[in-house]
Design a protein around this ligand. Structure first.
Ligand SMILES: *Cc1c(COP(=O)(O)O)cnc(C)c1O
Length: 405
């Protein structure tokens, strides 16, 4: 017999490792951009599970793909290949710069593969001296030890003993700081084509093209971490397409599975050949269930109307936030691209982003923060316009509450 357990927030503190501090609200179902909690309270979702649920909750295309594949075959391991993985890889290759794909289960793992590949590529082509990895302060690349070391936030990387070596950090949007570090010993430059966790910071065109040129001058690989920006988030299929810069390696996860865990590393044949048989791998990476769902998500998002819809929704959300700001004066800037939007709190509200998030939650709106002073919105790419309007109305009530004390 199954034991009956009352799954509430108190239980979290009893049975979970205390590395998270989740909300008291426990959602139990979702449909589109609406979510319902255990007490049947309804919420509008402007968080999208941190830029993951690109088609909202329970999109029929994803549910159908999951059910269909769920009744065929779930898992094989990479001792065998499978049809969904091959189909998804073919689509990724056909619609990007890439010629080869490696599947993982998360963003961090995709970046781990990218970094290891870059090191192999440099070692085999140039020798041991070429191992330096340049990344950026305030960058985020995941939580494995290599990826937190490459990410530019000591809060995440320190306190775990000796780190992987030869990783240095430049200033984002400061080409001179890259120039000061890069040399023929540089193996790769790793960057987000729009910093997400670090505060919704877009690169300038000069910076993006300048980094590409510096990599070319020093035979270094350019790795784009598109874990947050990829699969339509910025209004382009991948953000690099809107920057007119082509990376050598690209990582994608989050929205790739629309809520099912999957990640991928994309690259060229010439670079990929350095991950020879046995050099890297994953038990689950590229499993049929994940790839079937991701294929459906990719097909649905990679559509001109859907991508144009992202840009339209960006305007709706930004102009709505501008109006709220005109009334209450809480932000210095509304920034970001597509549906990766940050509202930067002004001097009067520094460090209080979490308060806004909590107040919004009380009004029935799920949102995110990016650091202590930026409220972040990453809703579904197909969120109905009426849900944007209702979500903004709820957010305005939350802002009013805070402003009026
Ligand atoms: C979320 C994120 C990651 C980490 O992805 P996980 O799936 O949590 O491992 C890596 N890079 C960027 C840019 C991200 O936003």
């Amino acid at each position: 017999m199954t034991e009956q357990i009352s799954a509430n927030r108190e239980l979290f503190d009893h049975v979970m490792v205390p590395n998270y501090s989740p909300s008291a609200v426990i959602p139990v179902r979702g449909q589109g951009s609406r979510v319902w909690d255990q007490n049947n309270n309804e919420l509008i979702d402007f968080a999208g599970g941190i830029a993951v649920s690109c088609l909202g909750h329970c999109h029929p295309n994803l549910v159908n793909a999951l059910k269909e594949q769920g009744e065929k075959i779930w898992h094989l391991s990479n001792v065998m290949t499978n049809e969904p993985a091959l189909r998804l890889a073919k689509k990724l290759v056909d619609h990007t710069f890439a010629e080869k794909v490696y599947f993982a289960n998360s963003g961090a793992e995709s970046n781990e593969a990218a970094l290891k590949l870059a090191r192999r590529w440099a070692l085999e082509n140039f020798g041991e001296h070429k191992s330096q990895i340049i990344a950026f302060k305030q960058g985020f690349h995941g939580r494995t030890f290599f990826t937190v070391t490459v990410g530019g936030q000591a809060a995440y990387s320190d306190g775990f003993g000796p780190k992987p070596g030869d990783v240095v950090h430049a200033e984002y949007n400061d080409l001179e700081s890259v120039k000061a570090l890069i040399s023929d010993n540089t193996c790769a430059v790793v960057m987000e084509p729009l910093q997400g966790e670090g505060g919704i910071v877009s690169p300038t065109d000069e910076f993006a093209t300048g980094v590409r040129e510096l990599c070319d001058q020093h035979n270094a690989l350019l790795i784009y971490d598109e874990v947050q920006t990829g699969v339509g988030r910025t209004g382009d299929l991948y953000a690099y397409m809107g920057l007119n810069v082509t990376p050598d390696i690209l990582t994608t996860a989050k929205a790739l599975g629309g809520g099912f865990p999957i990640g991928a590393m994309l690259t060229t044949t010439e670079i990929a050949k350095h991950l020879k048989i046995g050099t890297h791998g994953s038990t689950y990476g590229g499993n049929p269930l994940a790839c079937a769902v991701a294929e459906a998500a990719f097909d649905t998002v990679n559509d001109r109307a859907v991508l144009a819809g992202v840009k339209h929704r960006e305007q709706l959300l930004k102009s709505g936030l501008d109006k709220i700001n005109a009334k209450y004066q809480v932000f210095t800037q509304i920034r970001g691209k597509g549906l990766l939007i940050g509202a930067v709190l002004n001097d009067n509200y520094q460090g209080r982003a979490k308060e806004f998030l909590n107040a919004a939650m009380d009004e029935g709106l799920m949102s995110l923060v990016a650091g202590a002073s930026i409220i972040r919105f990453t809703p579904s790419l197909v969120i109905p316009e009426s849900d944007i309007a209702e979500g903004l109305a709820r957010f305005e009530r939350a802002v009013a509450k805070i402003v009026n004390g």
